[in-house]
Design a protein around this ligand. Sequence first.
Ligand code: FE2
Length: 198
Amino acid sequence: MLVSRPVPTLAASSTLPITPGQTEGPFYPVSFPTDMDADLVRVQGQKAQAVGLVAHISGRVLDRCGSLVAGAMVEIWQCDAHGIYNHPRAPGQKRFDTGFQGYGRTQVDATGRYAFRTIRPVAYPGRTPHIHFKVHAPGVGRLTTQLYVADEPQNATDGVLNAIRDRDARASVIMRFEDAGEIEAGALKGTFDIVLDV
Ligand SMILES: [Fe+2]
């Protein structure tokens, strides 16, 4: 039996999948750290760098047509290597790694690209490893989401990740880390392009 299928329009076939929005969660900073640059592994005034595996995460901020979104600001926040957030309501707050910045922000450059030096995220009770992202593109759009790590066993049961019902959309927020020895000994790297619904 012949089944008629809708023919994709040129517009539909030339657009990128939109990065799905996800909850901000309870630990967005209530006050910003003095040092909130794009290097979360080093904190001004702290001798020790962050505990954890260094990870270089970069990508572009795009619109659905694949054009670069100029002027976008990207924020990230995550727990330290022991699963503790730098937030007054976070469990274990007194044990937060003072060598870890916990939050950072950066503007995209002229090529629409952002880059962070941070640590590979770890699991904490009830959540698979993830990094929170917020993107603000003034006059264009904004997005709050979370980024995950490929092959983490807890991805299969994480409630926030699996609330993204569409398989391709879910896959778009799961990143594979690779060795980044050419950038920094022992470090990892990964690419996460963010597509705004604009
Ligand atoms: Fe979180």
